[in-house]
Design a protein around this ligand. Sequence first.
Ligand SMILES: *Cc1c(COP(=O)(O)O)cnc(C)c1O
Length: 471
Amino acid sequence: MAHFDLEAAERAALWQYLTRELEQYYANTSTLPAAPALDKTGAAAMAEKYSFDQPAPPREAVAHVIEGLSRYAVHTPHPGYYGLFNPRPTFPGILADTLVAAFNPQMAAWSHNPFANEVESYLIREFGQRFGYPENSIDGVFASGGTEANLTAVLCALNRHFPDYANVGLQGLGKQPVLYCSAEAHHSIIRSARVAGLGLKAVRAIPVDDSQRLNARLLSTQIESDLQQGLSPFLIAATAGATGVGAIDPLPDIAAIALKHNLWLHVDAAYGGAAILYPEMKPLLAGIERSHSITFDAHKWLSVPMGAGMFITREKDILSQSFRITADYMPKEASTMAVTDPFTHSIQWSRRFIGLKLYLSLLFFGWEGYAQTVRHQTQMGRLLKKLLRDNGWKLYNDTELPIACFMDPAFEQDEHYAQRLCEKVLQSGRAWISVYRIGKVNTLRACITNYATEEKDVRELLGLLEEARSR
Ligand SMILES: *Cc1c(COP(=O)(O)O)cnc(C)c1O
């Protein structure tokens, strides 16, 4: 029989080896190439190096995985990674995921893990209050990420607007439900509509203004016209920190429209929600407190390992109304207590203790530590934008968040120019940036997504860009 535990001495040696290797990676991430050349053959050969017919020696197996992860990966924890909100994970976040793997809490039923469940509800309440929801009406769940949280929002909004939806389904509604988001909204909103069975035709992607924010006037007109046609608007999904450009939709105007038409207002603040933790940035999110629900990803600006989404709502009974199913086999020890079993509250059933990496990071650094980090990254973003302008680059987005979409204005018409520069920067091994299209222009996109990115790193990126454009 295979003994999955191994012997104590072998475990101790493996722990020691692993922590040494991880510390080596964590301490020296910046010496690795930020983005190695893509090599499908090499990566596949590495993955398939061992057959499972013979067990590999444990230490060799672990070394093999470390090599694969080191050689064939974009190193998102690298200070030169200016990417798509993937953070360098906090150290307590890494410890937390290790703890979770070992204790393996099953979060479906409250009674299996009262402490872990209470930690997650505490965090949901704390963040809900910071976003301005009334203390006593906050509810929510941790999710795999923003995509699951946005799908949760669509389902809650459907259940609120069409109380029969859970029983009769879409067919029984008799009317075509319609939801609204901006043209810059994350595609998980569209995916949610598809997954929920609403179809693409239920989504109205409202054009944006010159600052890439949802145009509230056009939103209003579109809703009126849909109502006139006998359709059934039920949800506005606003964005606070669009994935491409960082735009924050005009939340107060949108909240007024939602109220007027009695629509559910969801704010997708997967990335930008972190602004709530830094007083100087907080006013950017004004109006978010008037929403019915919020998506916020701790695995983005709060820098915990993936994935840690949050769905927070101020409609206390909606999750239950949307997801509650009683199952005879589930534990009932706590049935007389005033507690919530997460499985009655969310898409997931068996659940990982997602919240611990956020809890432990907050225990280590407190709100103040996070405020300082948001401030630092904002400052690095300002520095990046200033250096770009000083060197004759043009900025195409308009946001206080540390995201720059830029191009050499002389080459605006050249479809492929941005891609060529981007490839040169990646080839240097010192940075990762991407290409993002705004209107008719392919721009370069760089986001300060790593709390450890310093002024010298930002200046190095500028140097790489200047060098790329001079060649
Ligand atoms: C990242 C992101 C999402 C998707 O979240 P995942 O955690 O990747 O599932 C949704 N909305 C916005 C605005 C995002 O930035």
